[in-house]
Design a binder for this molecule. Structure first.
Ligand code: PEP
Length: 249
């Protein structure tokens, strides 16, 4: 049985005070939720304080990014060791905004995943096709290439520790979502591709969906066998709407 995972990605939003208020509201509203795992990814400036608020709670903390080296002369970067040190347990890697705006490619993502794993963080690998790629009918090729290249060189043991977020780029922050059946089809393909490399780990890992998830569509996504949760951007900023998503069932 895979425990569903709901992730709130706050992106570059919320001051420290706003993040504290949201974290406190969330903590008390979902303290009795046991059927799924909840993770929030605040901005770097709020991570430490939010991690302390959520220390003895059922909510985990993750970072939206981390660097591919563990320490050294890399001005402005944050090491996964530092993130682990302040209480993070997860890190988003390869989000499409980082790929598109900051030029991250599969090779960089691969390096980041390996460094995050050695620091003891669970990487959430974000993959997905652009609108153009979908129109050209190459979605499955893109997904396969992302899996192969981003996870290159992982050990069999490490392959159990990965979470994959399928996020069609054209659905992120646009209000458009892929249909429930389309998403299930791609998640099935991701699991099958994963099983070709990592065998039984494929049935164990969680594959979550991201792209304009909200409180109205979450329950339909969660009915599908291969959809193990959601990565939520916009709808996680309003904490009441995020609580509704978590309490979808
Ligand atoms: C995201 O940031 O990963 C995301 C899915 O955003 P949104 O929910 O706003 O589409």
């Amino acid at each position: 049985m895979r425990k569903p995972l709901i992730v709130g990605n706050w992106k570059m939003n919320k001051t420290i005070t706003e993040a504290i208020n949201s974290a406190k509201t969330l903590k008390s509203a979902i303290h009795n939720v046991k059927n799924l795992e909840v993770l929030i990814c605040p901005a770097f400036t709020s991570l430490y304080v939010v991690a302390n608020i959520l220390k003895c709670s059922n909510i985990n903390i993750g970072s939206q990014n981390s660097f591919w080296e563990s320490e050294g002369a890399f001005t402005g970067e944050i090491s996964p060791i530092m993130l682990k040190d302040i209480g993070c347990s997860y890190v988003l890697v390869g989000h499409s905004e980082r790929r598109e705006i900051f030029g991250e490619n599969n090779k960089i993502v691969n390096q980041k995943i390996k460094t995050a794993l050695s620091a003891g963080l669970i990487p959430i690998l974000c993959i997905g096709e652009t609108f153009k790629e979908r129109e050209c009918g190459v979605t499955f090729n893109v997904i396969r290439k992302q899996i192969n290249e981003c996870l290159l060189g992982l050990t069999y043991e490490q392959s159990f520790l990965i979470v994959i977020a399928y996020e069609p780029v054209w659905a992120i922050g646009t209000g458009k979502t892929a249909s429930f059946n389309q998403v299930q089809e791609i998640h099935y393909f991701i699991r099958k591709t994963y099983s070709e490399i990592y065998m039984d780990a494929a049935e164990k890992i969680r594959i979550i969906y991201g792209g304009s998830v909200n409180s109205n569509n979450i329950s339909d996504f969660m009915k599908k066998y291969d959809i193990d949760g959601a990565l939520v951007g916009k709808a996680s900023l309003d904490i009441e709407s995020f609580i509704k998503i978590i309490r979808y069932s």
